[in-house]
Design a protein. Structure first.
Length: 205
């Protein structure tokens, strides 16, 4: 009886430890919209790509590409693809949520059609204060609209970084952005055309 009780306790402890290991990582379960099944913003986001992430986060990274930022109407997510032993982006759930709300507002202004806006930014850090000292787009990888170009640069400028080794082991790296705008459902082509005209007028005033 005593042996069985001990075995039960050991199993309970192991299960509890496993539960907390998964829960504390917060890396394997992503919240989704019950209607669309798409990921929605949560403050406790994984740092690296995990199971259930968008396929874009799992695609091979290009030269120098260390981080990816994916923006949809209901989500803003950042994942680190490599160099985890050299650099980490400091979590910023408040800033991320504010940016998600900003991009949602802009999304709703231009959702008269489907858009896929992408850009890759090259960052250089100051070796003295470890802050960003230079931001520029990689040649040929600037977003198709000047608005998105500005939004991405403004967003990445708030990022803060830490270095696991205690010193700056990497100074230059790239951050790739993808912003997905989906056409608003329920509107006719003529209605969306009129919305597009009104938006263009607002940009030229």
């Amino acid at each position: 009886m005593f042996v069985r009780a001990n075995q039960f306790c050991i199993h309970a402890i192991l299960l509890t430890a496993l539960f907390f290991a998964v829960g504390c990582n917060g890396q394997s379960v992503l919240e989704t919209d019950p209607e669309t099944g798409e990921p929605v913003y949560t403050a406790d986001q994984p740092l690296d790509p995990v199971a259930g992430d968008d396929d874009w986060f799992h695609a091979d990274s290009e030269f120098g590409e260390t981080f990816r930022v994916l923006i949809t109407r209901n989500n803003y997510s950042v994942r680190q693809l490599k160099n985890q032993e050299l650099i980490r982006r400091e979590p910023d759930p408040v800033g991320d949520r504010e940016q998600m709300e900003f991009f949602r507002e802009k999304h709703d202004e231009i959702d008269f059609k489907d858009w896929l806006l992408e850009g890759t930014i090259r960052l250089r850090l100051n070796p003295l204060n470890q802050q960003i000292e230079h931001i520029s787009y990689v040649a040929g990888e600037t977003p198709r609209t000047w608005q998105a170009s500005k939004y991405f640069q403004d967003d990445v400028s708030r990022f803060q970084y830490s270095f696991p080794s205690g010193h700056m082991a990497i100074r230059e790296f790239r951050v790739r952005y993808q912003w997905r705008i989906t056409r608003r459902p329920g509107l006719s082509d003529d209605e969306n055309k009129q919305r597009a005209i009104e938006y263009l007028r607002s940009q030229t005033q």
